[in-house]
Write a protein that binds this ligand. Structure first.
Ligand SMILES: C[S@@+](CC[C@H](N)C(=O)[O-])C[C@H]1O[C@@H](n2cnc3c(N)ncnc32)[C@H](O)[C@@H]1O
Length: 308
């Protein structure tokens, strides 16, 4: 599943530069949205309506990026590890970590930050009874709904216009009218059999709190499936000082601002492990680390809640 051996020097260097291509693309969409607002006569919008401008720019960037990625995965590191999928093209890099995990999803599923729904084809299992996609970026909802329809999942897939925080998520779940939270509201017994976090905990406003809240929403025995890029573990043999420095530089030059609040410097594994402290820990934690030489190193795996 993971890439243990680092790739050759040239690819490692290209891997350090890869985020700069993403950032350049995101900035170009941001500039375009600002110029369009000014042309519409909303001259001060880039200063007074930054949240709206950023949201629209990120939506357009992410649609363009995920469409391009689906058509042709990036050739550079950390896209160097390859896995061949039985029923699709060869997947490279972090994209290869996702299918084996998501194909194990079952029951009632919460998909946090599904974006354009690029992982939706992995959720066609009959073992899944319903899926709730919590996507706060409204500009992505049309794509998300179209993907659900294309995958024949429109009856199962509920698009929620909210973030991962319980204060937003629980009212949005209630508003679906499916009664999905009724039992949890009575006895705090959890809502979901599976929660998916794919490249999203980097963006949630309060990660420690959010991971605790997501843990509380898992049913006993429920599974949290995770593929997340994290802070480079540069103090360990799996990490790289150069890649950690690159992360700091990207953050300094506005990565978070232009890439939808994404942070490169989060200890997501620590937060996930701590999320179950109130119950004396998880039943099991299986997390692998990949691409420790790059500016986008990953953790990937499964955390299972105790049945109690
Ligand atoms: C990098 S994209 C990943 C999308 C998708 N999971 C994928 O891997 O293709 C991050 C997504 O998280 C969403 N997001 C940002 N903040 C969020 C929050 N607080 N709660 C839930 N989703 C959030 C963004 O709108 C975006 O769709």
């Amino acid at each position: 599943m993971s890439s243990e051996a680092p790739p050759p020097f040239r690819e490692r260097m290209l891997g350090l530069l890869e985020p700069s291509q993403l950032m350049a693309m995101a900035i170009s969409y941001y500039m375009r949205v600002c110029v369009e607002a000014v042309k519409r006569g909303e001259v001060l919008a880039p200063i007074t309506q930054t949240a709206k401008i950023r949201d629209e720019a990120f939506a357009r960037f992410w649609i363009a990026f995920s469409t391009a990625r689906a058509a042709a995965p990036a050739p550079n590191a950390p896209e160097t590890s390859t896995i061949t999928e039985a029923e699709g093209p060869e997947l490279v890099g972090s994209a290869a970590l996702i299918p084996p995990l998501l194909r194990t999803a079952s029951g009632v599923v919460l998909d946090i930050g599904p974006g354009t729904g690029s992982q939706m084809h992995l959720l066609r299992s009959p073992a899944i009874t319903s899926i709730y996609g919590a996507e706060p970026c409204v500009g992505l909802h049309a794509e998300l709904r179209a993907k659900a329809a294309a995958e024949g999942l429109e009856a199962k897939y509920h698009v929620l216009s909210c973030g991962a925080a319980s204060s937003e998520l629980l009212p949005a779940l209630e508003a679906t009218g499916t009664g999905i939270v009724d039992a949890h509201n009575r006895d705090r017994s959890g809502v979901f059999d599976t929660i998916l976090c794919v490249r999203v905990l980097c963006s949630v406003p309060q990660m420690e709190r959010t991971t605790r809240e997501l843990y509380a929403l898992l049913k006993p025995g429920g599974r949290l499936l995770v593929t997340e890029h994290v802070v480079n573990p540069w103090r360990t043999v799996k990490g790289s000082f150069l890649a950690r420095a690159a992360q700091a530089i990207y953050m300094m030059f506005g990565w978070r601002y232009f890439i939808g609040d994404c942070c490169m410097d989060r200890d997501t594994e620590g937060a996930l492990r701590r999320a179950a402290d109130q119950d004396g820990g998880w039943e099991s934690v299986q997390l692998e680390r990949s691409f420790g030489w790059s500016a986008l190193p990953y953790i990937s795996g499964v955390l299972v809640k105790k049945t109690q």
